[in-house]
Each structure stands twice: as structure tokens, then as C-alpha cells.
Design a binder for this molecule. Structure first.
Ligand code: HEM
Length: 332
């Protein structure tokens, strides 16, 4: 991918300081634990509606009916995506992570699929930008239009790139974690019962295991700025280095029994949200709030929900994705 095209999609994710820090600061206040707490009730309410919509069915395809819906709603509300554009936005965001998958590519090719996704997201964002210039609202796009970095407003190009990053980062990751977790808790019913016996006290540490287990972002590639030796391998400045988060999360020198899903473990360090550097996931608190709400609703309204059959995986070197997963439960 040419740099110009990647820049249209990555925003702060691929910026270096000092600009990275300044632009990240424009939105970071919206993602703090305190701010997430303020919207947690709305997220919980939305999670309730999502589960209410399926609870009399007895069987659904879980990814579309449940996992995808809460992240899409949450990020759309925060950014300010109108309801009639949300489906289009989520499909374009899916294309951005599906460029290695034959089903997603269909008759096209990876570069075209990715480019089409970027173009669709930029188009949707520009419409929101134009609308907010006319009539500001209480959302992120309005805030970004007003914001200044070094005395200058962000350009529309920059706002659109931010939009693409938030739509992709905010949708797929939490969606995949939800589906992987349903599968894991189906395979480990004793752990599910243990969780439900004291949900509020146990869900926090359990979520750390959900994301470690799912490791929805498998890899990122960075460019080394300094010489560094790691495991006997010398990395020189300018070397391109790929980090395998899913491997780090199964590092037997750090995690006890790393290949076992165990929500009763005292959570140790994991790198599912990154390694704790300046690019550490901005949405981690938001993701956790969504996971807390959706599993509370699922196990309250349809407690015997379970994944059935084999999932349809996404073919990707980037996202540990499940495209489809059937689930069953006693209808209410
Ligand atoms: C389980 C869910 C999630 C996982 C596993 C995840 C994972 C990650 C990872 C691995 C990074 C890169 C960290 C680094 O390079 O050090 C990242 C960055 C980022 N994530 Fe998340 N993410 C999740 C949910 C979200 C959500 C809900 C949002 C909401 C908008 C979000 C927004 C971002 C942004 C904006 C960045 C770039 C931060 C920067 O470059 O300064 N993520 N995420």
C-alpha cells in the first residue's frame, strides 16, 4: 500500500511524537475511565435492547445478531454517525480488515477492497463534517472541527483519517472479543457459572482473560528508531519490526498455563491492548465497558446461551476474526 493511502486510514496510530501526543490529546479525554463511566448506563441499556431482540428466537448467528451490534452503536454515537449511514460504515470498516479473506475479496483484489473501504469511510465522514459545520452537535466530529493543534485547525483529511481509525479500531476488536469469549465460556461452563455467581466482583479480572485469550489484534508493524537487542536478535534503526501480540499473550515465561482459558487466574500482564507505550489502545476502557454490559445481559436474559458448531474464521494476518458463529439458547 502506498504511504498516502495508508495515511488516509491510520491517523494517530502511525504518527510519531510530538504530533502524535498533541492529536491524541484532542480525543483522549473522551476515552478516560471517568468519561466512559458516564456513558456506561447508555451502553448497558443498548446491550439490553440487543439481547431483548433475540431472546425469543432460540438460535441466531451470534456475530451479526450480537457481537457486531454494541461496538457499532457505541462508536457511532460517540463520533456522530447518523443511523442511516451506520450499516454502510460497518461494512466498509469490515472491508478494511478483510483484505486477506477470499470471501471478503470475492471477485476483486486486496488493494481494491481496502481502497474501496477507505473511500466509503471518507465519504461518510465528509458528510458528517459538512453537517456539523452547519449545525454543531455534542459529538467527536464537532469537537475535532473546533480543535486546534499548534494554533491550526485539523484539516478535513486529518479528521477523516481519524474517523477511519476510530471506526476500524472501535468496531472489530470488541466484536471479535465477544465472539471468542462466548465460545470459550461455552467450552468451560464451570467458569461461566463461577463468573455468574458474583458477576460484579469477577467480571473485571475475567475481561483481562477474555482479551488475552481472544487477542483480536494479532500483529502490528512498527519501525525501530533505536538499536535494540531482543532475544539475541539485533534490531537496527529503520528496521521494520512486526510484533505478534497473540504470541506475546501466550508467552510461557510470563503467563502460567498460557494455552488454557482461565478467568479465575489473577490477571497477569498481557499485550492485547498494546505494550503500554504511547500508542496504547485509546479505547481499552470503552471496550471493557461494552464487554461487561453485553455478557451481563446475555447471561441474565438467556443464561443457557452457548456457541454451537464450528465458527467461520476470517482469513487474516492482522485480526483474529470470526465471521460467523451459530448459537442456541432456550427462548424466553
Ligand atoms: C478488545 C478491544 C480492543 C483491542 C484488543 C484493541 C487493541 C489495540 C492495539 C493492540 C492497539 C495498538 C497499541 C500499540 O501500538 O501500542 C490499539 C490502538 C488503538 N485503539 Fe484499540 N483495541 C480495542 C478496542 C478499541 C476501541 C473500542 C477503540 C475505540 C475507538 C479503540 C481505539 C484505538 C485507537 C484510537 C488506537 C490508536 C492509539 C494511538 O496510536 O495513540 N480500540 N488498540
Amino acid at each position: 500500500m502506498p504511504d498516502e493511502i495508508l495515511e488516509m486510514a491510520t491517523s494517530i496510530l502511525t504518527m510519531d511524537d510530538p504530533r502524535h501526543q498533541k492529536v491524541r490529546k484532542l480525543v483522549s479525554s473522551v476515552f478516560t475511565p471517568k468519561r466512559v463511566k458516564l456513558i456506561e448506563e447508555q451502553i448497558a441499556n443498548q446491550a439490553r435492547l440487543i439481547v431483548e431482540a433475540i431472546r425469543d428466537k432460540g438460535e441466531v448467528e451470534f456475530v451479526h445478531a450480537v457481537s457486531a451490534r454494541l461496538p457499532l452503536w457505541t462508536i457511532s454515537e460517540m463520533i456522530g454517525i447518523p443511523e442511516d449511514r451506520r450499516q454502510e460504515v460497518v461494512e466498509a470498516a469490515n472491508a478494511m480488515v478483510g483484505w486477506g479473506d477470499d470471501d471478503t475479496i470475492a471477485e476483486s483484489d486486496s488493494a481494491t477492497v481496502m481502497l474501496n473501504g477507505i473511500v466509503a469511510l471518507h465519504g461518510a465522514c465528509q458528510d458528517v463534517i459538512d453537517a456539523r459545520r452547519e449545525k454543531p452537535e455534542n459529538d467527536l466530529i464537532t469537537a475535532l472541527l473546533r480543535a486546534e493543534v499548534d494554533g491550526q485547525h485539523l484539516t478535513d483529511d486529518e479528521i477523516r483519517a481519524f474517523f477511519v481509525l476510530l471506526c476500524v479500531a472501535g468496531n472489530d476488536t470488541t466484536k471479535q472479543t465477544t465472539t471468542h469469549t462466548l465460545r470459550a465460556l461455552t467450552d468451560h461452563p464451570a467458569q461461566r457459572d463461577w463468573l455468574l455467581a458474583d458477576y460484579d466482583a469477577r467480571i473485571g479480572p475475567a475481561i483481562e482473560e477474555f482479551v488475552r485469550w481472544a487477542s483480536p489484534v494479532m500483529t502490528f508493524r512498527r519501525t525501530a528508531l533505536e538499536r535494540f537487542e531482543l532475544g539475541g536478535q539485533v534490531i537496527e534503526p529503520g528496521d521494520k519490526v512486526t510484533m505478534f501480540y497473540s504470541s506475546g499473550n501466550r508467552d510461557e515465561t510470563v503467563v502460567d498455563r498460557p494455552r488454557e482459558f482461565d478467568i479465575t487466574r489473577t490477571p497477569g500482564p498481557h499485550v492485547a491492548f498494546g505494550g503500554g507505550g504511547v500508542h496504547y489502545c485509546l479505547g481499552s476502557h470503552l471496550a471493557k465497558a461494552q464487554l461487561r454490559s453485553i455478557f451481563r445481559e446475555l447471561y441474565t436474559q438467556i443464561p443457557d446461551i452457548r456457541a454451537v458448531g464450528e465458527p467461520k474464521y476470517l482469513v487474516s494476518t492482522f485480526i483474529n476474526g470470526i465471521q460467523e458463529q451459530r448459537c442456541e439458547f432456550t427462548p424466553r
